[in-house]
Design a protein around this ligand. Sequence first.
Ligand code: NAD
Ligand code: GLY
Length: 376
Amino acid sequence: MSGPDRSAPERVHVELGNRSYDILIGHNLINTAAQYVAPLLGRRHVVIVTDANVAKLHLEALEQALKRADIGVDSIILPAGEGTKSFQELERLCGLLLDMKVERTSTLVALGGGVIGDLTGFAASIILRGINFIQVPTTLLAQVDSSVGGKTGINTPQGKNLVGSFYQPRLVLSDTGTLDTLGRRELLSGYAEVAKYGLIDEPDFFSWLETNGIDVIEGDESARRYAIGVSCRAKARIVGADERESGARALLNLGHTFGHALEAECGFSDEMLHGEGVAIGMVMAFDLSATLGLCPPEDAARVQRHLASVGLPTSPLSVQGRIWTAERLIEHMGRDKKVKDGRIGFVLARGIGQTFHPAHVDLSQVTAVLNAAIAA
Ligand code: NAD
Ligand code: GLY
């Protein structure tokens, strides 16, 4: 695949009854946003919420595009970084919105990565008991994962994403052009979530990524649009079947039990980005599946090989200077919100594209996989 693809945006529908919405994926969507946003507005007024990094790069284009269509625009610029998903910033955001006299018929627009999307969505779900919001995701992670499916929330000292709501956006506008300004490490972090969809239940997509994944990362427009489209369709299907994560949606947590423990041990700092933890976690989940005799070892090796080939970390040892212990990682897993009746939840695989929830996993086998991964 090569060359820019500037044709009409691809449309992915998320079917959730009266909370259904579309995801539009294409180049230059920010500049043409008004035609998609205007029909959804009550009051012809939006408040764009963004962060300081994204504001410098993409805010003016969105503001101008909406103003050209006579849509009133106010903007709120928050600090960049995970720390913004906090009670303090939520309170500040709600205060600013009330000072701006938002009304029930106003609409919030989240312009940014998962941090801005999660916080803005949560604010939209509680301000005036709920107003409409639109996602304009600008990281690969947000375009393939966090902007879709309606999980919103903030972090607390007790852990990540522990306060929040299920609240669906009215529209997701994924402008693939915004990815051109994203740093490579952030891009790769999002790519881990793209690969995840192939590993969950789309083996053909994983094979496609083995050949074309590097094009997605290097900026080939057609490859990006295809990969984001497949990812959003996969997530839309899973969310449509299980919005509140009582079953199938939990498969989206492939690699997350291990990854979350690694992130927690790093204090959720830049030492390990979310997608990096997920990449290493998916390798561990496949290694555990192979160790338990559930999955062919060649499939586990394929997962590791592909993620490493695009430049993702596949071992905790990629973090310089940190001493890991299996005991501490298991402790973190025990505090995860996916623990149910005292049991740590894992997603395992019978092969690439064949994931499932095991009823029980022997923790001594998990310890063995962790020890093998952290042995220098
Ligand atoms: P992020 O929002 O912090 O963005 C990463 C960095 O990239 C930030 O510094 C941001 O300012 C910058 N940035 C964003 N877009 C840019 C662009 N186009 N060009 C240049 N810089 C840009 O992080 P993220 O990885 O997008 O999201 C992580 C968050 O998403 C976490 O809080 C995680 O819990 C959440 N998340 C939520 C869900 C969900 O279902 N709601 C799913 C996965 C992750
Ligand atoms: N990112 C996992 C989910 O949305 O369920």
